[in-house]
Design a protein around this ligand. Structure first.
Ligand SMILES: NC(=O)c1ccc[n+]([C@@H]2O[C@H](COP(=O)([O-])OP(=O)(O)OC[C@H]3O[C@@H](n4cnc5c(N)ncnc54)[C@H](OP(=O)(O)O)[C@@H]3O)[C@@H](O)[C@H]2O)c1
Length: 267
């Protein structure tokens, strides 16, 4: 089972930091040939060099996921360089912390462009390749707030719900082509995510509740690539929140309101 991923080819978006970078390193350790995309080329190059000096195979391409042609070029690079595409991790994303009533519309649009449209561009570039191979695995990195929204990050949650929706629909559309689709829902993870969001937002949130490292999330992504799963919620007790929300959103509101008053007074 350990060698199941050896010589596979994976494309990872948002690979210049956090979960994407850790996933690139973790896949490379398994013998996967990785192609990294993001906007910051110096960061990508540093990770490519780290992988190569450990004996792995990696390349990178500057990619802004809001530009469909750049995402297509990144995904096709797998075929150009290695003749196939086995795994696409749609991971690039960013957040925003503030009330919905005052969120600048351009900021909301940008979140949808990166988190949702970026994922869709990746899907549209990868599926024809994977269909022709009759195999492949698309892994979308959403969030637990894509299963139940919380106050102060409504648009971010909406983009994550959208990624879950895209994943559910796509899963059924491509099942007959031997393509797996998984959605990963991390909880708080210690990455630059909070800093990047704070720099764009009126509020500053720190990681709260059960908190994971990027490496732990990356391991879950690699495990999911080895043994495809439909949906992974990183902190298993969070599944209870999802179930409670499905049964009684009213009760879940009361639970969240109490918790939120404690951890984020003023919201
Ligand atoms: N950290 C958490 O608590 C947490 C929890 C649940 C889900 N997530 C999700 O996990 C994913 C990774 O986030 P992270 O925590 O690893 O944060 P991060 O360290 O800030 O990484 C975000 C990545 O996305 C890339 N990115 C942002 N805008 C982009 C664009 N327009 N085009 C291409 N790449 C872009 C960034 O690269 P460049 O800036 O170089 O382009 C960076 O590599 C996101 O989808 C996030 O929503 C995070």
């Amino acid at each position: 089972m350990r060698d199941a991923l050896k010589d596979r080819v994976a494309v990872i978006t948002g690979a210049s930091s956090g979960i994407g970078r850790a996933a690139a390193l973790a896949f490379a350790r398994e013998g996967v040939r990785v192609i990294l995309g993001a906007r910051r080329t110096d960061r990508l190059q540093e990770t490519v060099e780290a992988i190569r000096s450990a004996g792995g195979t990696a390349r990178s391409l500057q990619t802004d996921v809001t530009r469909p042609a750049e995402v297509t070029r990144l995904v096709r690079e797998a075929v150009t360089a290695f003749g196939r595409l086995d795994i696409l991790v749609n991971n690039a994303g960013l957040g925003y912390f503030g009330r919905l009533e005052s969120m600048p519309i351009d900021e909301a649009r940008h979140l949808f462009e990166v988190n949702v449209m970026g994922t869709l561009y990746g899907i549209q570039a990868a599926v024809p390749i994977m269909r022709s191979q009759q195999s492949g695995h698309i892994i979308n990195v959403a969030s637990v707030v894509g299963k139940r929204a919380t106050p102060g990050s409504g648009v971010y949650s909406a983009t994550k719900f959208a990624q879950v929706g895209l994943s559910e629909s796509l899963r059924l559309e491509v099942a007959d082509a031997g393509i797996h689709v998984s959605v990963i829902c991390p909880v708080s993870t210690m990455t630059e995510f909070f800093e990047v969001a704070a720099a764009r937002s009126p509020l500053k949130f720190d990681p709260t509740g059960p908190t994971y490292t990027a490496e732990q999330v990356a391991e879950v992504i690699v495990r999911c690539a080895r043994r495809p799963r439909t949906e992974v919620i990183l902190y298993p007790p969070a599944r209870l929140m999802v179930i409670l929300n499905a049964v009684s959103p009213w009760l879940m509101d009361r639970v969240l309101a109490t918790y939120w008053k404690k951890i984020r007074p003023g919201l």
